[in-house]
Design a protein around this ligand. Structure first.
Ligand SMILES: [Zn+2]
Length: 197
């Protein structure tokens, strides 16, 4: 069976150690490990410092099975009232990944590059899966990791994708139906028989 690989996905930071189950405290140091088990997606695992020391830090990475590792600081989730979101490049990227429409893979890649330049996302790792370049980005505030496959755009495709991204940023993913320009139409009751005098 040929392994199917998703071009992109988001994996959230765990709220507790995935080895021992202990909840992370605010500002606690933890470790993120990425495993390539030749499944659809790379698998993320967040563990506490003690579990890292006891189970994962010794020996070669290959033996432990993970392909990447980094240390992070756990931040307790912000209260809900801080979660007001407008359609920024980041929320747009999240929506595109959620929709999982292959048409938007090039646009998602360009958005991720934009967000990296703005320092909203940080590249944690670059790996090759099934012959494709895959970037692992982290959103340091939430700890989410975004897996984004490089669509290997040709130069002549780039301009069109950049136009798509600009339109998505301006109008959103599901723009409202275009309104007639000029006059505001008077409300017309639908399906009413015309009464002739
Ligand atoms: Zn642990």
């Amino acid at each position: 069976m040929a392994a199917y690989m998703n071009d992109w996905n988001i994996q959230s930071r765990a709220a507790a150690c995935e080895a021992c189950g202990k909840p992370f405290a605010d500002r606690e140091a933890f470790h993120t490990l990425l495993f390539d088990e030749h499944a659809e997606n790379l698998r993320r695992m967040d563990v506490c410092e003690a579990c890292w020391q006891n189970q994962f830090s010794d020996g070669a990475r290959e033996r432990k099975g993970f392909i990447s590792h980094w240390q992070g600081i756990y931040e307790a989730p912000a209260p809900a009232e801080d979660a007001i979101q407008k359609d920024t490049a980041e929320t747009l990227l999240r929506k595109l990944i959620e929709q999982n429409d292959p048409r938007y893979v090039p646009a998602g890649y360009i958005l991720a590059v934009m967000l990296e330049r703005k320092r909203v996302l940080k590249v944690k790792e670059e790996v090759v899966r099934d012959g494709k370049r895959v970037f692992i980005y982290e959103q340091p505030g939430t700890g989410d990791i975004f897996t984004i496959t490089d669509p290997a755009l040709r130069l002549d495709q780039l301009e069109e994708v950049q136009r798509d991204v600009a339109a998505l940023l301006e109008h959103g993913l599901n723009p409202p139906a275009p309104q007639p320009v000029g006059e505001t139409p008077a409300p017309v009751p639908e399906n009413q028989p015309i009464v002739q005098n």
